[in-house]
Design a protein around this ligand. Structure first.
Ligand code: ATP
Ligand code: MG
Length: 441
């Protein structure tokens, strides 16, 4: 007999597993997928073939099948990749009410390894174990559901923003200066010069309001996070917008409408996926509360929390806040000293800034604000934050050419997916997560 493994040849898929229904009784079909289980009962071999969309039962009658088919069936192991040409048979007991009786069966690739954990049902092993063989782990039902939700997050964000006239842009990720001054940048050798991986598209997106007025970018951002938490990665996908002739209140309105659009899209398009994850659709408040930072800190201090005016809200403090506000809300008017140099101080009260964070319970989803559009103020703010204006020469030059008032935000795509999929660990919503201890696979 010829080799057990064969090529694709001229076989092409006619149906996915979920399309095999009793109405197709008697039709010839070609299916592709992987063997997720195989068992023999009496003279019948039951093979469950799994593809992207689900399962279909393939039934081989040992007494009727050809010698070649039988030899192949005998060699089959779970996880092998197979192709089946056969006839649909309505069968009440089979999943979807129909099964396929093969006329020919090809083994495209025999699995030589079995994962150390069960991909199809059973207990979910530790994340680290699964990440080591992530491409196989992603076949799990829950992972499939999570990334279908993420697909809808991304498509609905694009639909919303391009529908409102924002232009999608791409800005460089290899940059020459440590833009926001933080220590949290990765350095890279650029030919023989030092360079960095961008921690956000901030300065470029601000410049781009000059030619385009309204821009957005969905792209990677790199952060050398020292602490390993459930909500931080070293490489993320950031959803950024920047817009001319508006302030932070307007972009909060936009962000609120964007979140509502995404939630409704996931609810409409992902009901099966939410079900697989054991979740209902998220309920969203009619209007997101807008809490002022100073009032939040005063309230938390009164409750005995360790909250000090002028510092970022962290750890147990945000946990407490999250208990009181379990859904979406904004914290606005942050102390200027807690925010980056490009955030605009309030004109009547410069100790405070036109800045906001969007929260979901204790989780920060986005940060944004009105930006400084005056060059002299920007230089002053750089110096206050111990940054060298010379290092920002190219950026500052743009402000000589009529930089309009503008505002924007950066929204973490993975954090938003965590909320929608109900995941506690950001690694579950990231195909190949990167953190201090993990650079593979
Ligand atoms: P955090 O305080 O949670 O560390 P941040 O304030 O440093 O976040 P920003 O610079 O405001 O983050 O970035 C905008 C958004 O990008 C955040 O609100 C968050 O959703 C996302 N984000 C930032 N850093 C990370 C990270 N290391 N891992 C995952 N998401 C991140
Ligand atoms: Mg932030």
């Amino acid at each position: 007999m010829a080799k057990l493994e064969e090529g694709l040849g001229d076989w092409r898929r006619t149906h996915y597993s979920i399309q095999i229904t009793p109405e197709l009784d008697g039709e010839s079909v070609t299916l592709f997928g992987w063997v997720s289980s195989i068992r023999t009962q009496g003279g019948i071999v039951f093979i469950v073939l799994t593809d992207r969309d689900g399962n279909v039962q393939v039934t081989v009658n040992k007494g009727k099948a050809s010698k070649e088919t039988l030899a192949r069936v005998e060699a089959l192991k779970p996880h092998s990749s197979v192709a089946v040409q056969g006839v649909v048979k309505a069968m009440a007991k089979a999943p979807n009410g129909a099964e396929v009786v093969p006329e020919r069966l090809k083994i495209l690739s025999i699995a030589t390894e079995i994962p150390s954990f069960s991909v199809y049902g059973g207990e979910t092993p530790s994340l680290d174990k699964r990440l080591d063989i992530r491409a196989v782990d992603l076949r799990r039902d829950k992972a499939q559901a999570t990334f279908k939700i993420q697909r809808v997050v991304l498509s609905s964000v694009r639909e919303f923003l391009s529908g409102r006239g924002y232009l999608e842009v791409r800005t460089p990720k290899l940059i020459s200066t440590a833009t926001e001054g933080g220590a949290s940048l990765f350095s890279v050798l650029y030919y023989n010069r030092p360079s960095f991986l961008a921690q956000s598209p901030q300065l470029y997106k601000e410049e781009l309001v000059l030619p385009f007025e309204k821009v957005y970018e969905i792209g990677p951002a790199f952060r050398a996070e020292e602490s390993r938490t459930q909500r931080h990665l070293s490489e993320i996908t950031s959803i950024d917008i920047e817009e001319a002739f508006v302030d932070y209140n307007d972009v909060m309105d936009t962000l609120e409408a964007l979140i509502k659009h995404v939630v409704v899209s996931v609810k409409d398009d992902c009901s099966k996926d939410l079900e697989k994850l054991g979740r209902g659709a998220l309920s969203v408040p009619d209007r997101f509360e807008r809490l002022r930072y100073t009032e939040v800190v005063e309230h938390l201090a009164k409750e005995g929390e360790d909250a000090t005016w002028g510092e970022d809200l962290t750890g147990p403090t945000t946990e407490e806040l999250g208990k009181e506000h379990p859904s979406f809300y904004f914290i606005t008017d942050w102390p200027t000293q807690t925010k980056p140099f490009y955030i605009k101080p309030k004109e009547d009260e410069p100790k405070l800034s036109e800045a906001f964070d969007l929260m979901y319970g204790a989780l920060e989803l986005a940060s944004g604000g009105s930006r400084v559009s005056s060059k002299s103020l920007l230089v002053k703010r750089l110096k206050e934050q111990k940054l060298k204006p010379q290092a920002f020469e190219h950026h500052l030059k743009v402000f000589d050419y009529g930089m309009p008032p503008h505002a924007g935000f950066g929204l973490g795509m993975e954090r938003l997916t965590m909320v929608l999929a109900g995941e506690e660990n950001i690694r579950e919503v990231t195909l190949y997560p990167r953190d201090k201890l993990r650079l593979t696979p």
